[in-house]
Design a protein around this ligand. Structure first.
Ligand code: AMP
Ligand code: ZN
Length: 464
């Protein structure tokens, strides 16, 4: 029923779960040395859409997302900031969860942290050493011997000559047998400060790739349904995960590999030096709402590059307001006289269209196109007073059902208690015909990004 583009087979395939009662999903999570940026959140929103789509289709999903709380960057940042690794990573893990909530991303079932899995990581590395897939070097590191794994390069579609050193591989790893071999365990260096664990190879710390092999298979088994990440994760990270997991566990590992394309800002790579590097907090500070960020991130197909602009945020807020306006208008319908509006047919066609697009490799742009065409039809029926109460209830139920996927109509974004009070004060001023005061309050709310509209049934507000 659902098709996904599977990176490893380079084509769209029917999704056939291992166990249809429990879909197993692993999504690579953040490295918690800083606030995650909107590019990272494109990945997490795509994974949220995937999860919601599977659940909408009736599956139970069990999702695991790792938290990388140990790598070169986390160690360096904790030393630079003069705080312990734990203090640093706790701070940014908390911030990550806050941002997830702001974006209305459904929480994974487990968020394992690498530092809590050192024992299991050592165990998997030992297995690889015992089977001849890994070797120790003089600096007490352990490397994976890529030449032993004939499928290496299949996911990224690389031939051995293309395999350059990935950006997370130290350039000073002279002792490797082959340039493409990668670290499973990194022997202690003085730059690591007091971050180290004992192992059969001496003190050190795990490599980045092995943590995902260990934590995914710990929760989901040696063979599971779906593994996701951004396209930058394909090589070397996911390629290495496949090598480690298959060689250690002799199983299929992952059936479907799904990767999201990158987010660009104003058509450029996001970077601090270009001044176009944004966290969720940066955008909220500019006065935009998190629901608009969510809409921008979710509304383009995940396999296409997404060009993020502030203009898009404005358009997103308008689209959200339109759907909320529809809910409000539907709530206002009073009459229950039977009229021939053909609404059941209109609803049925819309839902078919919406689902057909969604189940076609998450073609959300197609689904949203169908949603707004349908919404316009409903507006026009409402304008003609052509929907009765019962029909309007049915339409609203469909709208809220569809919101299980897009997650923007019923969000937590709300105005503050103070702002609610201002709206009431303005209504009172209007009643007393104190137009000056009423205009003053309208202006104050407008400065806070809230638009006020007076309708026959009372005052309503929406975000600018
Ligand atoms: P990292 O913390 O760098 O491991 O990244 C976390 C997730 O965000 C991974 O799935 C990355 O592939 C993804 N990611 C990083 N940068 C971008 C970007 N600019 N656009 C989309 N996804 C990204
Ligand atoms: Zn990973």
């Amino acid at each position: 029923m659902i098709d996904f583009y599977n990176t490893i087979n380079k084509k769209k395939e029917k999704f056939i779960p291992i166990n249809k009662d429990k879909i197993t999903l692993y999504t690579c999570g953040p490295t918690v040395y800083n606030y995650a940026h909107i590019g990272n959140f494109r990945a997490y929103i795509f994974e949220d859409l995937l999860r919601r789509t599977l659940e909408y289709a009736g599956y139970n999903v069990f999702q695991v997302m790792n938290i990388t709380d140990i790598d070169d960057k986390t160690i360096k940042r904790s030393i630079d900031d003069g705080v312990s690794l734990e203090e640093l990573t706790n701070k940014y893990t908390d911030a990550f969860f806050e941002d997830l909530d702001k974006l209305n991303i459904i929480r994974a079932h487990e968020y394992p942290r690498a530092t809590k899995f050192i024992e299991q990581i050592i165990e998997m590395i030992q297995k690889l050493v015992d089977k001849g897939f890994a070797y120790q070097t003089d600096d007490n590191s352990v490397f994976f011997r890529v030449s032993q794994f004939s499928e290496y390069g299949k996911l990224a579609n690389l031939n051995p000559d293309d395999m350059k050193i990935g950006d997370r591989v130290d350039n000073d790893e002279y002792e490797k047998e082959e340039i493409r071999d990668f670290a499973l365990w990194k022997g202690y260096k003085k730059e690591d400060g007091d971050v180290h664990w004992d192992s059969p190879w001496g003190k050190g710390r795990p490599g980045w790739h092995i943590e995902c092999s260990v934590m995914s298979t710990f929760y989901l088994g040696s063979s599971f349904d779906i593994h996701c990440g951004g396209v930058d994760n394909i090589f070397p990270h996911h390629e290495n995960e496949i090598a480690q997991s298959k060689c250690a566990l002799d199983d299929k590992f992952v059936n479907y590999w799904l990767h999201n394309e990158h987010l660009l800002v104003e058509n450029q790579k996001m970077s601090k030096s270009l001044g176009n590097f944004y966290t969720i907090r940066d955008i909220l500070d500019k006065g935009y709402k998190s629901e608009a960020i969510r809409y921008v991130l979710i509304s383009s197909h995940y396999r296409q590059k997404l060009n993020f602009t502030m203009h898009r945020l404005d358009d997103a807020q308008k689209a959200i307001n339109k759907l909320r306006e529809l809910v409000r208008r539907l709530n206002e319908v009073e009459n229950s006289i039977d009229k021939d509006s053909n609404i059941d047919e209109i609803n049925k066609n819309f839902l078919n269209d919406f689902k057909r697009n969604l189940y076609d490799d998450l073609n959300i742009s197609g689904s949203l196109g169908a949603l707004f065409t349908w919404a316009n039809k409903i507006f026009s029926l409402l304008d003609k007073n052509n929907l009765n109460k019962n029909e309007s209830k049915k339409v609203k139920a469909i709208l809220l059902d569809v919101d299980r996927i897009i997650g923007i109509i019923e969000t937590k974004d709300d105005i503050s208690e103070e702002e609610k009070k201002l709206i009431l004060l303005r209504e009172a001023a209007r009643k007393n015909k104190d137009w000056e005061e009423s205009d003053r309050i309208r202006e104050e709310l407008s400065n806070r990004g809230i638009i006020i509209e007076d309708t026959p049934t009372g005052t309503i507000w929406k975000f600018k």
